[in-house]
Design a protein around this ligand. Structure first.
Ligand SMILES: C[S@@+](CC[C@H](N)C(=O)[O-])C[C@H]1O[C@@H](n2cnc3c(N)ncnc32)[C@H](O)[C@@H]1O
Length: 239
């Protein structure tokens, strides 16, 4: 059987692909990627110019549900588990013909959906990974924000965590990244206010993409942030 190459394509700017990722994607004869229904898919959009001449076979793995269903509900779990099983079976079929390059936004093993398929396939299929630049790395570099220095620890939180969890981490961590902020923005903002960290927080929408915005959170007036948004809080904070 052929192999899967799961390749990180970085946070948005197509120039933030590694040389290795670019080579593997340009040579691919079959590529696969996750996407939300009715969209091209962020990872696919990043590599658009790389495959415009080679025209590989494309397999778009379309999420059956996104944030319209609560991710803790049985309905969500049932539907998403069936979806991952179907994707794994389809990838196995494609592997009878040739290698498959799965492209993954940011770094594949850092909160990437492909991890679910990796767990299902790793016993039967050879899978190689190519690391990618993470969204948080793109965000702090484009914000010119040193995020951690010397012996300082860094804490990574998810906006979808409970108020209590967020609060306890924020009380004990100085340098913090908060991902998956989107619909959770109001909650995150109010916890930051309660823990007296609001003035140190920056929100970065669509880091490294042409639409990127970097805004101090205290000046951010929207009630929700775009899906591709991240909050950074650093000891070396934004003035
Ligand atoms: C499922 S995780 C994927 C993380 C990705 N694998 C990485 O290495 O950064 C999705 C979350 O990453 C963050 N994210 C991904 N791309 C982003 C970007 N270009 N700008 C800001 N945040 C981004 C958002 O917080 C989003 O909710």
């Amino acid at each position: 059987m052929y192999s899967i190459y799961c390749v990180g394509v970085g946070p948005g700017d197509p120039e933030l692909l590694t040389v290795k990722a670019s080579r593997i994607i340009s040579d691919a004869r079959q590529i696969a990627y996750f996407r939300k229904k009715n969209t091209l898919g962020r990872a696919r959009a990043i590599i658009n110019t790389l495959i415009s001449n080679s025209a590989p076979f494309e397999y778009a793995m379309e999420y059956p549900v996104t944030n319209e269903v609560d991710f803790r509900s049985d309905k969500y779990k049932h539907s998403i588990n069936r979806f991952y099983d179907d994707c794994a079976n389809k990838l196995k079929k494609l592997l009878l013909n040739d290698d498959v390059v799965v492209i993954s936004e940011g770094d594949p093993l850092f909160y990437g959906s492909f991890v679910h398929l990796f767990r299902l396939l790793k016993k039967d299929v050879n899978i190689e990974f190519v690391p990618g630049i993470t969204a948080m790395s793109g965000a702090w570099n484009n914000s010119k924000l040193p995020i951690a220095m010397g012996d300082q620890p860094l804490t990574i939180l998810m906006g979808i965590q409970s108020r209590e969890e967020l609060k306890s981490h924020l009380e004990s961590s100085k340098n913090v990244v908060i991902m998956k902020v989107g619909t959770q923005l109001e909650k995150v903002k109010s916890v930051l206010e309660e823990t007296d960290r609001l003035n140190e927080a920056l929100v970065i929408e669509k880091a490294t993409m042409p639409e990127q915005k970097i805004i101090p959170l205290r000046e951010y007036t929207k009630s929700e942030a775009p899906y591709f948004s991240i909050i950074l809080i650093s000891e070396d904070h934004y003035e």
